[in-house]
Design a binder for this molecule. Structure first.
Ligand SMILES: [Zn+2]
Length: 353
């Protein structure tokens, strides 16, 4: 069943959220949700026609003599649905009038800094790839996504979503690119849920890095800034408490499980990639708590190096868990506390390795 999804776009909002808005929202929200589904299909088709699957390549660690600098380009979509739009701020340009453009420029720079300083990775592809973002995509567009080549941000509808320009979301979307250039994971079933989970894990880590928060200080939320006060919820997803991020009249209840006992078998959302990602998300959260301090110094290193060595686009949760344990072994030694805690974290979410 993967053949139909060769070139998915990676949206931050899963289709079931759009579906419940169509079902429960007022007339205006319903119309918007319908249009959004159509737009997502159109982008997907355009991408399928334009771009072949990204070839898997190795990702050399950055070894240059001077610190690598980002290459950023921020475009204004001018409320149309064509990409990338009009270039408004390129690398090294002074701030422009639009606060939103400057914010995207700064936050993408923060994600670049996180990857180069903490993981020695020079941009998305490891080779200094230009980080391209488009803001003001469409009118009232209620999503953000990674196309395989760039990030795209809608403005939100101002009823449920006030913005999609949020550091955890930018970290999430760029990490879809990192996954793509690290061997890839198909966007279906468990492999797709690992893909989604990696995007969430690195999305929350970059927020913790920017705020210099320890694992106990951090919120562990994805999309903490996107809801309007109308929504009864903290964020889109929670790694600390999957399933508890929101519980709202229109959006419904956060459907994420935190344990294999509650794994959701579904055909929607590519086999529940935004739902079952709660399980590996929570395993990472538990490991980070066991190891303490800053998430990216140990737990994050294990996850990052495991992502580089996995090289299995159809990996299951068990394959992924195995790779993280092997990686912890390689980084910290066979009898180390880190290996024992990695095993324990997976066991607590129902994956025994
Ligand atoms: Zn995603």
């Amino acid at each position: 069943m993967t053949h139909a999804h060769r070139a998915p776009i990676h949206c931050i909002l899963p289709p079931y959220i759009l579906e419940v808005i169509e079902m429960r929202g007022d007339e205006k929200l319903r119309r918007m949700a319908k249009r959004m589904q159509k737009d997502a299909d159109a982008v997907r088709q355009a991408r399928a026609a334009a771009a072949p699957e990204t070839a898997f390549r190795g990702t050399p660690a950055f070894v240059g003599p001077t610190p690598a600098m980002p290459h950023r380009e921020v475009y204004d979509g001018q409320y149309k649905r064509t990409l990338p739009g009009k270039l408004v701020r390129a690398e090294g340009d002074p701030p422009v009038r639009s606060k939103l453009v400057n914010k995207v420029y700064d936050l993408t720079g923060k994600v670049f800094e996180f990857y180069i300083k903490e993981f020695k990775r020079n941009s998305i592809d490891g080779q200094g790839m230009t980080i391209i973002s488009t803001v003001h995509y469409g009118r009232g567009y209620r999503n953000a996504f990674w196309t395989g080549e760039q990030m795209v941000f809608g403005d939100g509808d101002n009823q449920l979503f006030k913005t999609f320009v949020d550091l955890s979301i930018i970290g999430h979307e760029l990490t879809h690119g990192v996954v793509q250039f690290s061997g890839g994971l198909i966007y279906q079933d468990q492999a797709g849920a690992i893909n989604e989970s990696l995007a969430d894990v690195f999305g929350v880590m970059v927020v913790q890095y920017a705020k210099k928060q320890t694992v106990s200080e951090a919120s562990w939320l994805v999309g903490e800034e996107i809801f309007t006060p109308e929504v009864n919820g903290h964020a889109l997803r929670s790694l600390r408490a999957p399933g508890m991020a929101f519980d709202d009249d229109i959006l419904g209840k956060d459907p994420q499980p935190y344990h294999m006992d509650f794994y959701v078998n579904t055909y929607t959302d590519y086999g529940g990639v935004h739902i079952n990602s709660g399980i590996p998300n929570h395993a990472f959260y538990l490991l980070a708590q066991y190891l303490g301090g800053y998430s990216w110094t140990k737990a994050g290193q294990i996850w990052y190096q495991a992502m580089q060595t996995l090289q299995n686009p159809r990996a299951t949760f068990a394959d992924w868990a195995d790779t993280t344990v092997e990686t912890a072994w390689r980084l910290f030694g066979a009898g180390s506390f880190e290996v024992a805690m990695t095993r324990r974290a997976w066991k607590l979410v129902g994956i025994h390795i």
